[in-house]
Write a new protein. Sequence first.
Length: 186
Amino acid sequence: MTDFTTPLLVVDRIAVSPYQARAEIRIGGRPERVQLGMPGPGDGPYDKIISYEKVPQGLSESALRWVIDLMRRAHGGEDVRLPHDLSLSVREASDPWPVSGHEYASMTERDGGSSAIQTTQVTQDAPGLTTVCLQVHGTPAVVVVDKRDAPTDGLRFRFASGPHPWQLATEDSYAMLRALIRATRD
């Protein structure tokens, strides 16, 4: 059984050197690592440029920015309290689907899905903005789906409460995505 109390994103450890920063993180309980090339002292006009040496798949842009912010602060000498739980920030974000893999079109065309994911209520809040209530393995979940920028920026999701895709097995995560897309079709 999946543990839905698992934090969504936690930075456990940050190690820095003059030209590098590494963070040990957990995404939905799964250990991962972020490694960045950092500007060294006296790099002049390039003192803000970083290079992504290792970034986990499925980490949203917003989540990556929050982790990088902590890494930059630590690299700059600030005492960053660790472990640092970013779960609330992840819940409050409105981001694309937080699991890499299949394209949205192929997900909507597939039949079936996990019987562990049930849609219980769909509320059209505004044109292109829908609140979907689900049961995920018997646990209530509320997701706000934003289709207002879908042609240019894709669908965006805010996981207001309940299980988050990072806490689910891949099959259940995609079943949740299919249920949300079906619930928000015009």
